[in-house]
Design a protein around this ligand. Structure first.
Ligand code: HH2
Length: 257
């Protein structure tokens, strides 16, 4: 899954894709490089971000989706109005980092459209989530949370076979908690749904390499963590640098046989 942020303030590619022609070209390049789907988002969820209105989010993403007609697209949003418009414009998957807790109309919007859904774990909300996140057992708590959200989604009429689960690397977790979560990804995979993981360029990777103030991580560190997540059961990897991920995964799969 290639990630395209149509935002001025995303932590890794903020401002790069604000022009819809540039964003659509970036998405098409990701697909040409081997991404199965591109995830388009108009609101940054980086730590400390404040959020934007539906109108602003639509203003950012609609021209991009119009230019991507026919391409496999996921919409990264927490708002039902944005999801609905994106689904009308051909998006197939709704990637909701609040796991249906952000907007009471999201579940029925996804159900009515027959769309795919990604449920993401997040402790707190982007504005404050990195202030002292705490867990007794991060992998167990994240898995229980997603099991419960999966049940909520199914009760709302979204078929289980259309839902994937994401432990939310970087969403209300310290670097130590993030890596422990990936180490124990087998717990989440045991729920039987495809697991999506997004580690690409995230600050925990930069911190791991000795920069305590890092806000991003390198491509090499992203690829290393992605391959390790794949080996522990991740089925979908969200990345900004698609080609190196595709090549690394081809090699990892060859070793796996
Ligand atoms: N991470 C980001 C955004 N959306 N969606 C899922 N399912 N999983 C993730 O890990 C994930 C996500 C954050 O990365 P990015 O989109 O690059 O930055 P920003 O939120 O600042 O736009």
């Amino acid at each position: 899954m290639g990630g395209v942020n149509v935002t001025p303030d995303s932590f890794s590619d903020g401002g790069v894709n604000l022009n819809p022609d540039v964003a659509a070209a970036a998405a098409r390049r990701m697909l040409a490089e081997g991404a199965a789907i591109v995830d388009v988002g108009g609101e940054s969820t980086r730590p400390g971000s404040e959020g934007v209105s539906s109108e602003e989010e639509l203003r950012r993403i609609v021209p991009v989706l119009e230019r991507l007609g026919g391409a496999p697209v996921s919409i990264d949003t927490t708002k039902a109005a944005v999801a609905r418009r994106a689904l009308e414009l051909g998006a197939e998957l709704v990637n909701d980092v609040t796991a249906l807790r952000g907007d009471p109309l999201m579940a029925e919007t996804v159900a009515e459209a027959g769309a795919y859904l990604c449920l993401v774990h997040m402790q707190g909300e982007p504005r404050s989530m990195q202030r002292d996140p705490r867990y007794e057992d991060v992998a167990g708590e994240v898995t229980s949370f997603l099991e419960e959200r999966l049940a909520v989604a199914v009760r709302a009429g979204i078929p289980e076979g259309r839902i994937c689960l994401d432990p939310g690397f970087g969403f209300g977790k310290t670097a130590v908690q993030n890596f422990e979560l990936l180490r124990r990804l087998d717990l989440l995979a045991a729920l039987g749904r495809p697991v999506l993981v997004g580690v690409s360029r995230k600050s925990s990777l930069g911190r791991l390499l000795g920069n305590a103030e890092a806000t991003t991580g390198s491509i090499a560190a992203s690829v290393g963590a992605a391959v390790a997540a794949y080996e522990r059961g991740a089925a979908i990897l969200r990345a900004h640098d698609v080609r190196p991920h595709v090549e690394a995964l081809a090699a990892a799969r060859a070793v796996w046989g």
